[in-house]
Design a protein around this ligand. Structure first.
Ligand code: NIG
Ligand code: FE
Length: 411
């Protein structure tokens, strides 16, 4: 099947095959072609260029994109999309004055979701998660990472990971799985943390690895959750099975987890709402992608990741949704991009770079996905008629993604 997109108002994010990410001042630039064509064949981008240079080609379908922007799909590198039920009562509790920490200390938060998930049959968990995945794909997500971490028992963690695996088998977009057994200490291990770490390392990890259920390892490295030392031990144990670290860190407090994650060659460090100069220094010269999650900051009213500071230090930034029932009940990447512009003062070019190529990098997909590059997979979206790509974050409440193509097929 060959699709020819013609009269594209502007084709965005054109990159060379060896551009693994975009960093620092280069994030201000979003290479593009106005009045362009794009040719997709057998699920792959085979050609593109200016309309006036359109060669004579065979095609099965043409798509007229007059007044429309065409760009790679969003790559959402940090989600907890598989969960059971919701936490709307905690949402109201926060409106009435309780903090995220106070709610967690009362047994709410992650443990509330874990209880619900443990009680939910696998089939029902699949159905709830599938519904969310369908919705985010319609909004332009063409590659996604999904974490476990609401199971917190061997059985329930495996249930989550099997649901993630099944989503990956039944949906065409690339789905990457992360094992996050170290998301919170179950209540019965609060006073005996070592026993839970032991379960993660000696019971959970070997089973997750044996069933090949996760490519990445994550932990919530945070005061009151997993210490830097505990996180490091879990990472090192997982690395023996070939899992690559992607770590929740610096959400509420600075505890030198970034330095440790960089030393462990983490693929990404995620959240970074609180960041000190020494953290930025640690990230320089590393291959670790800093990932910002602005919808989380928005929803629970915490600081936004200082993306400008990261970029001024020459670093790359990726944007992801953090879709989860507690801190971000939304997987809308258009909102993420708009919020990054509005609240983090990222320019539209920076935000689009962060949510496409850099997002793909943060889940080890950027060799094949994330830009308009000959030979890359055709995961592409077409906007509704818009005056320019600035309009996408500007008109932040509008659903402006018209069509989404995954591996050459419209969904
Ligand atoms: O990324 N910070 C840790 N984990 C999730 C939220 C977990 C929850 O509240 O359910 C996050 O924000
Ligand atoms: Fe998260």
């Amino acid at each position: 099947m060959t699709t020819l997109f013609v009269n594209i108002k502007e084709l965005l994010q054109i990159r060379e095959p060896d551009e693994k990410w975009v960093a620092g001042a280069a994030m201000k630039v979003l290479p593009s072609i106005e009045n362009a064509y794009l040719l997709v064949s057998d699920g792959v981008i085979v050609d593109f260029g200016k309309m006036e240079e359109l060669p004579l080609v065979d095609f099965d379908v043409t798509e007229d994109c007059s007044d429309r922007i065409v760009l790679p799909t969003w790559y959402d590198s940090h989600t907890h999309l598989v969960y059971a039920g919701n936490r709307e009562q905690e949402f109201v509790d926060r409106i009435n004055g309780l903090s995220y920490e106070e709610i967690a200390n009362r047994g709410g938060g992650i443990l509330n979701s874990a209880k619900k998930l443990q009680e939910t049959p696998e089939e029902e968990l699949y159905e709830q998660s599938k519904h969310r995945l369908v919705e985010v794909m319609k909004m332009g997500t063409g590659g996604i990472e999904i974490k476990s971490g609401y199971g917190l028992t061997l059985e329930a963690e495996l249930k989550m990971l099997r649901v993630i695996k099944r989503l990956g088998e039944e949906f065409s977009l690339p789905i990457k799985a992360t094992f996050l057994g170290a998301h919170a200490f179950p209540a019965e291990y609060k006073e005996n943390q070592e026993a839970y770490i032991d379960i993660i390392i000696n019971d959970m990890l070997p089973k997750v690895a044996a069933e090949n259920l996760a490519e990445f390892i994550d932990a919530f490295c945070e005061t009151g959750y997993f210490s830097v030392d505990q996180t490091k031990r879990i990472i090192e144990a997982a690395q023996k099975y070939g899992m690559v670290p992607k770590i929740h860190v610096n959400q509420f407090t600075v505890i030198d987890g970034i330095q440790m994650a960089v030393e462990c060659n983490a693929l990404s460090v995620d959240h970074l709402e609180v960041l000190e100069d020494k953290d930025i220094e640690a990230l320089k010269e590393s291959e670790t992608m800093p990932v910002a999650l602005p919808s989380c900051s928005y929803f629970i009213s915490i600081p936004y990741t200082p993306a400008r500071k990261l970029m001024e230090a020459g670093l790359p930034v990726a944007l992801a949704s953090d879709y989860n029932p507690g801190t971000t009940p939304s997987g809308n990447m258009n909102f993420v991009v708009a919020t990054a512009c509005i609240k983090m003062k990222m320019t539209p070019e920076e935000a689009i770079n962060a949510a496409t190529l850099n997002g793909a990098y943060a889940m080890n997909l950027s060799k094949e996905y994330g830009s308009i590059t000959k030979g890359k997979k055709a995961n592409i979206m077409v906007t509704k008629p818009v005056p320019s790509y600035y309009y996408l974050p500007y008109s932040f409440g509008e659903q402006l993604i018209d069509k989404v193509m995954i591996h050459g097929e419209f969904i």
